[in-house]
Each structure stands twice: as C-alpha cells, then as structure tokens.
Design a protein around this ligand. Structure first.
Ligand code: GRF
Length: 200
C-alpha cells in the first residue's frame, strides 16, 4: 500500500513512520510521497534525507478547494491508498474527506475526545487530568473527531509544562502511528459505527 504523508512542520511522526517501515515494524506499506503546505517545513528536508519524494502545495494563491484538489492530484498520481496527516495544520474540507474516507489517518496529542484542536497539551495540563496521551484516528468532517484506531497513554506530572508533556507524548505518538498504519495496511479490522475493531 502506498502512503502519502501530509505535513506542515517538523515531521518527526513522518520520519518515525518511514523508520518503522524500513525497520520491518510495518508490513505491506511504503511511503510514496511527503506533501507539505509550507515550503519552509523542516520535515521536507528530513524526508529528502530519507530519500523520500516530496511535493509542496502552498495555500497561497489557491482557493481552499483548489488547494486540496491539487494535493489529491499529487496523491492520486502516486497511487496513494492511505493518507497520514502528521502535523498537518489545516482542517481538510469535505472534498478531501470524501475522496479518502476510511483511507486517511490523523494523529492528535491527546486522548480524544478530550482536548481536540490546538494546544492539546496545554489544555490537558490546565484541565488537571492525570493522564493524557495520543490518538490516531480516521479523519471525517469534524475536527479530530473520526473513528479511533490507536491510543497510547502517558502520565501528566505536577511539574509538567506543555513542552515537557508534549515531549513525553511524542515518544508514544511515534509508536502509535506505526501501530495504526500496520493495522490499516493489513486490512485486518472493521469499522462498526465509530468503533474500529481488530479481526481475530
Ligand atoms: C504532533 O504532536 C502531532 O500529534 C500534532 O502535531 C505534532 C506534529 O509533530 N498533530 P511532528 O511534525 O510530527 O514532529
């Protein structure tokens, strides 16, 4: 299965996914392209170092739908069967969701449905939760709201700042994303309502 990874920034989840595939921890999947909506995204250089093809489709000068149609075309041209949003900082519109329904994953740094949206780690600290973590989920029309594939939990410490909590969560993000892609690439699951159920 060909993967397309969408990024806007540093790209550590993207790199972790590539390494997991190359290390044999995710079978039956390879990264065909990394697409960024920001030309200056650090993750682009990282992808190039890893020998992965990159493409930049900037938002500037394009309508929202035009922008997404161009990304869809770049993904189709490479036969992408699974899209992974990895720090892609823009909400995707119905045209993209429709095109990749059940075939696009996102990672979010909280235990959804708690703390969707921006600054999830700060939201968790300010709410006073004792545990947080990360969630890999299918995308749908809602913000961070689609069916959940994998979650991993970390403790929240009394002296945590958003940065220290983010660093603890990020380690688990890298594991969770590989686990989720391995499951989806295997096809060994079914979606029942909102539930993603592994087949025995
Ligand atoms: C991660 O915390 C991810 O959960 C969130 O944005 C951050 C991206 O980090 N959606 P990176 O670019 O993968 O390093």
């Amino acid at each position: 299965m060909n993967l397309g990874i969408l990024i806007s920034g540093r790209g550590s989840n993207m790199a972790a996914l590539v390494e997991a595939m190359r290390g044999g921890r995710v079978e039956g999947a390879e990264v065909a392209v990394v697409v960024s909506d920001r030309a200056g995204a650090a993750g682009l250089a990282r992808a190039a170092e890893l020998g992965i093809e990159t493409a930049v489709v900037e938002r500037r000068g394009r309508t929202r739908e035009g922008h997404e149609r161009e990304i869809i075309a770049a993904l189709r041209a490479r036969g992408v069967g699974l899209v992974c949003l990895a720090g892609y900082m823009r909400l995707l519109s119905p045209c993209f969701v429709e095109e990749f329904r059940g075939r696009a994953l996102n990672i979010h740094p909280s235990l959804l449905p708690a703390f969707p949206g921006l600054d999830a780690q700060r939201q968790a600290i300010e709410h006073g939760v004792r545990f947080s973590g990360c969630t890999v989920h299918f995308i749908d029309e809602t913000l961070d709201g689609g069916p959940i594939v994998v979650q991993r939990v970390v403790p929240v410490c009394d002296d945590d700042t958003p940065d220290t909590l983010a660093a603890r969560i990020l380690v688990e993000e890298h594991r969770a994303y590989a686990e989720a892609v391995a499951l989806v690439a295997s096809g060994n699951y079914e979606v029942v309502g909102r539930r993603v159920i592994k087949k025995p």
